[in-house]
Ligand binder design. Structure first.
Ligand code: PRX
Length: 574
């Protein structure tokens, strides 16, 4: 079995100059990373084994794995504790016949039980689908229905948003913090795990077997189930080492919820594959709370998002009074463009550079990054990691020279590349329409030193506070409201959140525009989908710009909003 914490992985860039980078890139081999896994020697693959059980087997069972806190709880669990808890939950799933390839969803706020059950699902070879706690009825139903989930782990509070009578495939509901209700097919997490055995032989898989599903938005259609396979762990482990720079004694905190890909790839897999203590903070964002979390647990490596950094910046120096952040060694960001002024503010407040990283739900792990040892150019996402080739392509697939704007593309494959889009092979194929490349949907350019600079989205996907929102999903919900005849949704630039959701709406006959109606419509989306999908701005229009085939032209709405020329209007209705 390989050493977990090798001093230097091949590809590790120790110095800032280009010669080192070029050498690291040319010497890099994924196989050297693969050798560090137990399956490389045994052929038996299971993410939960690699992230948890292996540490126990190799004598690190007493090391802290999870440090959980919220306003009511503060608890620590070792790798041995996590092994036992996940085994018990895995045995509960097995008792009900749940195993390899089954989809098991988890819909609950951050809590230790979320992590125990997620690991338990993986132990039995099932595919886990974490759902963000803010999702409301329609959002939850769409995801459970599309994935064909057979089991759901949730809380009594959130269960109220699950229309299980309409989901015939959903056979088992396990509720955390409640008694069983056999009449309605509800099992109790506490009762079931109390009597389950603490030992379990994991389901042995291959690298191509399923791991996790995250639903994410595109510009058309409902959210798509991005399905990842076990192979992704190679890149979770590798980037944990070279980008997060995780070392054995680190205390690491990723602020993302496991309902989003950052909260699993980097809130679960990367830290635990690297055997590091992982901080989870429950509850909502607050500057005081966050800074206290860093101080209290002496966090050394911190991964967060631009909106959070901008909010912390906005909270001013008073939020830092009496707080000691000197434990921090490495700070990283993901999810949206990281403004140069935020990087410079970080230089002063955290005494170091915030490292921007670029990747997507579909890519499974980081691809273009600023990582320790390299010169950071504030405003750039960084350079492709050793092992990753990125380029800017025109629409026909020609590689463009430096400083040309075009499609940000990644050479296929890489270990954490999605396995498929669930139930939607056609959508999956669209990403790979240019042979040999994955087309990200982002536009960017590369400078003459190989640094990549984000420019925007090519499609209509909205990025608000780092959360990806599909305009179609919001529009579909809007037109369910009795007053709404038609709706078009765009992202409007916003200093704090990157973008906010703005909806243009035409009303049905008999309805008059009013502030009350705007509030009511926004609340309707919030109650049906989720708070982050609700429009922050609504503008009523007599008519919306449409193509002759009846498609609302978001590009024209955006031009209205930004007072820009609307471009080619040859397809407009009138
Ligand atoms: O547009 C890019 C933006 O977020 C999109 C991916 O969103 P999601 O799948 O939700 O994953 C977020 C966390 C991995 C990208 O297509 N994005 C992500 N990171 C950056 C970014 N935009 C600019 N700079 C980044 N570092």
């Amino acid at each position: 079995m390989g050493q977990v914490h090798s001093e230097i992985l091949p590809g590790r860039v120790q110095n800032a100059n280009m010669t080192d980078y070029t050498r690291a890139v040319s010497e890099f081999r994924w196989e050297d990373v693969e050798k560090e896994f137990s399956w490389f020697h045994t052929g038996k693959v299971n993410m939960a084994h690699e992230a948890i059980d292996r540490h126990v087997a190799e004598g690190r069972g007493a090391a802290t794995a999870l440090i959980y806190s919220d306003s009511a709880r503060e608890e620590r669990y070792t790798f041995a504790d996590l092994q036992e808890r996940s085994n018990r939950f895995g045995n509960v799933l097995r008792k009900y016949g749940i195993g390899k390839g089954d989809r098991v969803f988890i819909f609950m706020p951050r809590s230790p039980e979320l992590y125990f059950s997620l690991l338990g699902v993986l132990k039995v070879g099932a595919v886990v689908g974490p759902l963000f706690e803010a999702f409301m009825e329609t959002a939850v139903k769409d995801r459970l229905e599309d994935s064909g989930a057979v089991a759901l782990v949730t809380t009594p509070e959130l269960l109220k948003r699950v229309r299980h009578e309409e989901l015939p495939e959903l056979q088992h509901i396990i509720v955390v913090g409640a008694q069983a209700d056999p009449e309605h097919g509800i099992l109790s997490y506490e009762e079931e795990t109390a009597t389950a055995a603490a030992e379990l032989e994991p389901e042995w898989l291959t690298l191509e077997d399923g791991l996790i599903m995250h639903y994410t938005s595109g510009s058309t259609g409902k959210p798509k189930g991005v399905y990842h396979v076990q192979r992704a762990m190679i890149q979770h482990y590798y980037t944990g080492k070279i980008v997060l720079d995780l070392r054995p004694d680190d205390v690491y905190w990723c602020t993302a919820d496991p309902g989003w890909v950052t909260g699993t790839s980097y809130g679960i897999f990367a830290p635990w594959l690297n055997g590091v203590a992982n901080v989870v903070r429950g509850g909502r964002f607050s500057p005081q709370d966050w800074y206290k979390t860093i101080e209290r647990f002496a966090v050394t490596v911190w991964y967060s998002a631009p909106t959070a950094f901008r909010m912390l910046m906005g909270a001013g120096l008073s939020s830092l009074q009496g707080i000691d952040l000197s434990s921090l060694r490495h700070v990283l960001s993901v999810g949206e463009p990281l403004n140069p002024e935020v990087v410079r503010w970080g230089d002063k407040i955290y005494n170091q550079r915030i490292h921007d990283t670029w990747w997507m739900t579909e890519t499974g792990a980081q691809l273009i990054c600023n990582y320790p040892g390299m010169d950071i150019k504030p405003g750039s996402m960084g350079r492709p990691l050793p092992g990753i080739e990125a380029a800017i392509l025109d629409d026909r697939g020609n590689v463009l020279p430096p400083y040309s704007m075009g499609n940000l593309a990644i050479r296929t494959p890489w270990p954490s590349m999605m396995g498929t889009i669930w139930n939607n092979k056609a959508k999956y194929d669209e990403y790979f329409r240019i042979p040999g490349w994955y087309i990200s949907g982002d536009s960017a350019y590369m400078d003459d030193e190989g640094y990549f600079w984000f420019q925007g989205r090519i499609d209509d996907v909205i990025n608000s506070s780092g959360e990806r929102i599909g305009p179609f999903e919001v529009e579909s919900k809007l037109i369910e409201h009795p007053a709404v005849a038609e709706a078009g949704v765009i992202g409007k630039p916003d200093v704090l959140r990157g973008e906010i959701i703005k909806a243009f709406i035409s009303l049905r006959e008999g309805y008059l525009p009013s502030i009350e109606l705007k509030d009511e419509i926004a609340a309707f989306v919030k109650a049906g989908l989720s708070a982050h999908a609700a429009p922050r701005e609504i503008e009523f229009k007599d008519k919306l710009p449409k193509t002759r085939s009846g498609k609302i032209m978001r590009r024209v709405l955006k031009a209205w909003e930004l007072h820009l020329p609307a471009g080619d209007l040859s397809t407009i209705e009138d």
